[in-house]
Write a protein that binds this ligand. Structure first.
Ligand SMILES: Nc1ncnc2c1ncn2[C@@H]1O[C@H](COP(=O)(O)OP(=O)(O)OP(=O)(O)O)[C@@H](O)[C@H]1O
Ligand SMILES: [Mg+2]
Length: 353
C-alpha cells in the first residue's frame, strides 16, 4: 500500500460521490431556477428592457509556477499518438544527462506511461522528509512516472478454450479516472517530486490536447516545447494543431522533429522515405506541405530528422535507449541524430552544452 496514497480507490469513490452530489444539486437548482426564468420575457431568463443582468465573475486560472529546483522545463509533445514522443523525449534527456547536464524526465502520460520501460526502471519511489516523491534514476537521468506509482499489472485467468494456461494482463489504471482525477494526478506529479537541483526537466506528454496538456500549460512555466511529428500529412496536421496550442499559451515552440523520416536499407543501403514527404491536396491541386515547408510557414525551427530504424525500437523496448546503447559507437547515425537535436534544443533554451 502506498503511504502517499496518490489517487487511491478511495479518491475515486470520493470523486464519484461528489459527482453524484453535484448532479443532485444541479437538478435542484434547475427546478428552482425554472420559476425565476418564467418571470422573464424570454426562455433564457434575460429581461427585454432595463439594465443588462450581471453575471458572477468566473474564478481566474491557476497561477503558473516554476517547478521547484528546476531551471528549465521542456515539453515534448505532438497532438498525434504513436509518433515517437516518448522515444524522442527519453533520448534527448539522455543526451543532456550524458553531457553532465543535471537532467530529469517526467512522464505525464497517466494512462500509458512509457518511461519505466524505456529506462528499465520499476518499483515504488520513496518519500523524502517533505513527503515528496524521490525520483528513480538510471543512466544518470532522474525520472518520475505514474508507472512507478501504480501496482504492477495483475494477471487474470484466461477463459480462452485454446489457451487456458495463458494469463491475461490487466491494466492497473482505474478507467474511472477522468477530468478532475487526471488533473489531480497531474498536479501531484508536477508539484510533489523532489528533483533536487536540475538544469533541465523534460516532460513526456501524452497524445492529444486534453486535460493533461491544459493542466501543464496552466500550472507550469514552460521554457519551450519540442514538437514531434512523422512525415505523413495526417501526423503533421495534428502537430500543427499542437503548435497552435502552445503558441496560444505563450509557450515558445523550440522546433519540430521529423521522426521516422527515412529508412536506410541495411542490405542495399538505399534510403526510402517510407512515410513520404507530405503533400497537401487543395481542390485537386497538390502543394508542397512537408514538415520543413510547414516550419517555414509557421516560423518554427526545423530541429532535425530521426531515421526509422529497427534498432531504435529494439533499444527502446529493452530499456536501453539508443543514446546510451550506442555510446561507444562514434559513427552511429542514429545516436548522432538524437544528440544533434539535443544540442540544438540546449542552444535554444540557453543551456550550456
Ligand atoms: N525512429 C524510430 N524508429 C523505429 N521505431 C521507432 C522510432 N521512433 C519510435 N519508434 C517506435 O514506435 C513506437 C511508438 O513510439 P513512442 O511510444 O515513443 O510514441 P509516442 O508518440 O510516445 O506514443 P504515445 O502517443 O502512445 O505516447 C515504439 O514502439 C517506438 O519504439
Ligand atoms: Mg508516449
Amino acid at each position: 500500500m502506498h503511504q502517499y496514497a496518490i489517487l487511491t480507490a478511495n479518491n475515486v469513490l470520493q470523486a464519484e460521490a461528489s459527482a453524484t452530489i453535484l448532479l443532485t444539486m444541479m437538478l435542484f437548482k434547475r427546478l428552482f431556477s425554472t420559476a425565476r426564468v418564467l418571470q422573464h420575457d424570454n426562455p433564457l431568463g434575460l429581461p427585454r428592457s432595463g439594465t443588462p443582468p450581471s453575471f458572477p465573475r468566473r474564478r481566474g486560472l491557476p497561477e503558473k509556477r516554476k517547478i521547484r529546483d528546476v531551471k528549465k522545463v521542456i515539453a515534448v509533445s505532438s497532438a498525434k499518438g504513436g509518433v515517437g514522443k516518448s522515444t524522442i523525449a527519453v533520448n534527448l534527456a539522455l543526451a543532456f544527462a550524458r553531457r553532465g547536464i543535471r537532467t530529469g524526465i517526467l512522464d505525464t502520460d497517466i494512462f500509458g506511461p512509457s518511461i519505466p520501460t524505456l529506462l528499465n526502471l520499476s518499483g515504488e519511489p520513496r518519500l523524502d522528509e517533505n513527503n515528496c516523491l524521490i525520483p528513480l534514476t538510471n543512466y544518470g537521468l532522474k525520472s518520475m512516472s505514474m508507472g512507478y506509482l501504480l501496482p504492477s499489472a495483475q494477471q487474470t485467468q484466461s477463459d480462452h478454450p485454446d489457451h487456458p494456461d495463458q494469463p491475461i494482463p490487466m491494466d492497473p489504471t482505474p478507467i474511472s479516472w477522468r477530468g478532475l482525477m487526471v488533473t489531480k494526478a497531474m498536479h501531484q506529479l508536477l508539484h510533489s517530486v523532489s528533483w533536487g537541483p536540475l538544469d533541465v526537466l523534460f516532460l513526456d506528454l501524452p497524445p492529444g490536447t486534453g486535460d493533461v496538456q491544459l493542466t501543464i500549460n496552466q500550472e507550469i512555466v514552460l521554457d519551450g516545447a519540442v514538437i514531434v511529428t512523422t512525415p505523413q500529412d495526417i501526423a503533421l496536421r495534428d502537430a500543427v494543431r499542437g503548435i497552435g496550442m502552445f503558441q496560444r499559451m505563450n509557450v515558445p515552440v523550440l522546433g519540430m522533429v521529423r521522426n521516422m523520416a527515412y529508412f536506410n536499407c541495411p542490405s542495399c543501403g538505399t534510403s526510402t522515405e517510407i512515410f513520404g514527404h507530405g503533400h497537401k491536396h487543395l481542390q485537386g491541386r497538390e502543394e508542397e506541405w512537408g514538415v520543413q515547408a510547414e516550419c517555414r510557414r509557421l516560423g518554427v525551427e526545423f530541429l532535425g530528422d530521426v531515421p526509422l530504424d529497427a534498432a531504435v525500437c529494439r533499444d527502446a523496448d529493452r530499456g536501453v535507449p539508443t543514446v546510451v546503447a550506442e555510446e561507444g559507437t562514434p559513427e552511429s547515425k542514429r545516436r548522432e541524430a538524437f544528440v544533434g537535436i539535443a544540442e540544438e534544443v540546449a542552444r535554444r533554451v540557453g543551456v550550456q552544452w
